[in-house]
Design a protein around this ligand. Structure first.
Ligand code: SAM
Length: 231
């Protein structure tokens, strides 16, 4: 499979194993991952957030129920919502989630936005699990004709050490545990460069109190709803 599919496969395997009910994808772009997650029976609420409103508007039709969904209804009710907004902003629409994925998102954020994002994600949204994927710059020597970053819009690409330092620091700060994995195996003669995409798996070490959730639910809604469908 292509690299992006391997990243989605990683998320879907995680979902199959741990059965989260409420799942959100930050920086959902063309909604490809959401379209796959729609078929995971354990999921009851699926949310996508992106800053690119046009992309969301263009792709929202693809998340609406297909004829087959009426012929073969899901065992559990599923709500799918898309929001236009920034991952740096706190909105109650994203609290109380079991799993939040950030696939190839962080490297698109400027330093000051990355700071706000991590506080929003781990401090405010505070889901049970977070999956973060980002390029491993050590792998770049294997990519032909690459000068600079893998994508023009990347603000940085980190080595494994840089990513692991960032992630470990966050885990400590926000009381999460973190483990590392990745997708895109290097060839046998270059094993030491690591995976093409590195992935951090963060798990919250505490249970959030009802009081704290209640307080967050009172925050002002700032994301704009682009789609809300019930299956
Ligand atoms: N996650 C998708 C995937 O793996 O196929 C797409 C990743 S794409 C490289 C990065 C996405 O992040 C883009 O769709 C972009 O609009 C979105 N993005 C960038 N900055 C953002 C922000 N501050 N808030 C929300 N989305 C953002």
């Amino acid at each position: 499979p292509r690299l992006y599919q391997q990243r989605y496969n990683f998320v879907v395997s995680y979902v199959d194993q741990y059965k989260p009910k409420k799942v959100a994808d930050l920086g959902c772009s063309n909604c490809s991952l959401l379209r796959r997650l729609k078929f995971c029976d354990c999921i009851e609420e699926l949310v996508g957030l992106d800053i690119d409103q046009r992309l969301l508007t263009d792709k929202k039709e693809s998340l609406k129920p297909l004829l087959i969904s009426y012929l073969e209804p899901k065992k559990t009710r599923l709500t799918v919502s898309l929001y236009h907004g920034s991952v740096t902003e706190k909105d109650p629409a994203l609290i109380g989630f079991d799993l939040i994925t950030c696939i190839e998102l962080i490297e698109h954020l400027e330093t000051h936005d990355l700071d706000k994002f991590q506080d929003t994600l781990f401090g405010f949204m505070a889901p049970h699990t977070v999956l973060v994927s980002t390029p491993n710059s050590e792998f770049n020597v294997l990519l032909p004709n690459l000068t600079g970053f893998r994508h023009l819009d990347h603000k940085f690409e980190w080595t494994r050490e840089e990513f692991q330092n960032w992630a470990t620091n966050i885990a400590q700060c926000y009381n999460y545990s973190v483990e590392f994995s990745g997708v895109g195996e290097p060839p046998a003669n270059a094993k030491d460069v690591g995976f093409c995409s590195q992935i951090g798996i963060f798990t919250r070490n505490y249970t959030e109190s009802e009081e704290s959730l209640k307080e967050k639910r009172e925050y002002k809604h700032i994301y704009k709803k682009v789609l809300n469908v019930v299956y």
